[in-house]
Design a protein around this ligand. Sequence first.
Ligand code: FE2
Ligand code: FE2
Ligand code: FE2
Length: 166
Amino acid sequence: MGTSENLQAAFAGESQANRKYLAFAKKAEEEGFGMTAKLFRAAAEAETIHALAHLNVMGGVKSTAENLQVAIAGEGHEFKEMYPKSLAEAEREQNEPAVKTFKHALAVEKVHHGLYSNAAGVLNSGKDLPAAKIFVCGICGNTVLDAAPGICPICGAPKTRFVEIE
Ligand code: FE2
Ligand code: FE2
Ligand code: FE2
C-alpha cells in the first residue's frame, strides 16, 4: 500500500470512528456517564479533524461543480448497485433489521441522487439553488424540501420526527 491508499484507509477509519464515538457518547449519556460522553464527543470531533485533513491531502475536495458529480456518482452507485445487492442478501438471510435499514438507505440515496442531480443542473447555469427549507427524517434519513410531510413516505415516521437543517 502506498500513501494514497493509506490516506483512503485513514479517511474511512477516522470517518467511522467519528460516527461510532457519537453513538457511544449518546449511550454514555443514557447510562448517566456524562463526562465519559463528553470524552467520546471530544475524540469524535478530533477524528473529524483527522478525516478532513486526510481528505484534503488526498485532493478529495474540489470545486462544488466537481464535488456534486462525485456525490451523484456515489449516491447512484449506492442505490443502483450496492444497496440492491445488500438488500437481496439480507432478505435471503431473513435478517429483518438489516432489510429495514438497507431499504431505508436505498430509498433515501435515490432521493439524494435526484436532489444532487437537480443541484448540478442549476449550478451549471452559474446559480445556487433557490432558497427552500430542508427537512431530514430522523428515522430513515429521507430528505425533503419546503415542508416535512405528515407521514414519511419512506419509513412511515410522523412529521415530528423530521428535523430542519440550517
Ligand atoms: Fe484520529
Ligand atoms: Fe445519500
Ligand atoms: Fe423516514
